[in-house]
Design a protein. Sequence first.
Length: 565
Amino acid sequence: MSKPQPPTPTNFIHDIVESDNASGKHGGRVATRFPPEPNGYLHIGHAKSICLNFGTAAKYGGTCNLRFDDTNPVTEDVEYVESIQADIHWLGFDWQDRLYFASDYFDRLHDFAVKLIQLGKAYVCHLSPDEIREYRGTLQKPGKESPYRNRSVAENLDLFRQMREGKLDENACVLRAKIDMNSPNVVMRDPVIYRIKKASHHRTGNKWCIYPMYDFAHCLSDSIERITHSICTLEFENNRPLYDWILDELKVESHPQQIEFARLNLSRTVMSKRKLMQLVNDKLVSGWDDPRMPTLAGLRRRGMTPAAIRTFCERIGVAKKRDTLVDVAVLEDCVREDLNRFALRIMAVLRPLRVVLTNYPEGQVDEFETENNPEDPAAGLRKLPFSKVLYIEEDDFREDPPADFFRLAPGREVRLKQAYFIKCNEVVKDASGKIVELRCTYDPETKGGDAKDGRKVKATLHWVSAAHAVETDVRLYDHLFTKENPGAEEEGVSFKDALNPESLTTLRLCRLESSVRAAKPGTHYQFLRHGYFFVDPVDSTPGKPVFNRVVTLRDTYAKAERARR
């Protein structure tokens, strides 16, 4: 069956930019920005936005700013600011000297709010949050005007000053834009644009006790930075009229164009920062960088490459379409393609079964040369030591094999990759009946893996010399969720109910060939017949690397699903 195919790549945003450039809009200038809120770690969905914003600017000779929309001191942290910068650099993008924060503009944003009050376009409202929601109405029912809506400009200015000076309690009042309580767009029904929060900000300290709402700060920050194309996900489509209203009423010099695109939804995971935070806080994962998480920190620690993620974002394209669920297999294929180019090949036995070659000379060690990567001749060769005692995979032996099993069995001969033919003569078991050792003979006339008499075998096994093996732990990662779309809302069902209990399997005392003894954290390998692996940068120690499985050699999950169905 053919591998899953991504959607046909499209990029309507580039079409808009090219049309704007052709018409002379913005003077041919292209300025974008990536504006995360520093209230969590970035995930693969953000990678699409990062690639789109930085990539668009690069394609058209423009600029892309990194701006943190840090308007809520309660949820934000320097840890998130630093992690976001690290993630963007890891993906291969650089904002150069264009690092900004919405908090850089707090004084100007305050002055913009004052101007709206002076224009009669904003008022201080003492309704409680619940009352504001009630007065707002619904999609079927128009809103109702606040009893404070028609205060005088002078009274509103005085109350806003009291808010600014900390003389009023949190939730005592808010500043609302005066727009239209009968608007069919609920967002335009006098939205809150400032609120009181007596909390210390990670950059401004205790200078402020009032903070702008995201919608108010976001569009004005774009304007201050003279952004031309304000690219965001479709969830902000209903907010675009408010974005434009604020900029039009204030008659700002620069009015960016907001353009929405479909967000990335990936199967077998969740893309909600709130839900990811629940997994972290409930200790259902080891942290934001858990290799099962779709965060960029998690993908990086698992061993996925920035090149593969950039390729993935390019392949899925950019479209204005809702609810696009991309099969995670598309991402995994991109990872395989990238790692296949440079990952070093090694032999690794993950579930070892001891093999003793009874006729192999005691103390003798042969060496076999093999290529490090057949896709990269420049990777060179390495030597594999071969000795009397070896390890093979448990699954490569059956005492009573079925008809379609062609690997090692009593009385059967197989090839050890690039070494010799061996034949199983005896099976050794422990007191419980478990097989603990195979006693075999080797044919010295088959050195290099070929018989001089022309006889053939039906299977080739990988192996590791026991005397030279590196013992270490290997972590087999699977999808974090069993459901294809665990983030879909279902009444009475939590997304956590779909957590995969087998998303992590840790194998102890695996045996790997000796060439990995000096493996450095961050190195990629292909374990023959097993998949692509990565030396964990956190838990590895000198002489004992710990390996994370990045991805299998093929989409084994989809294969298993097809068999189940």
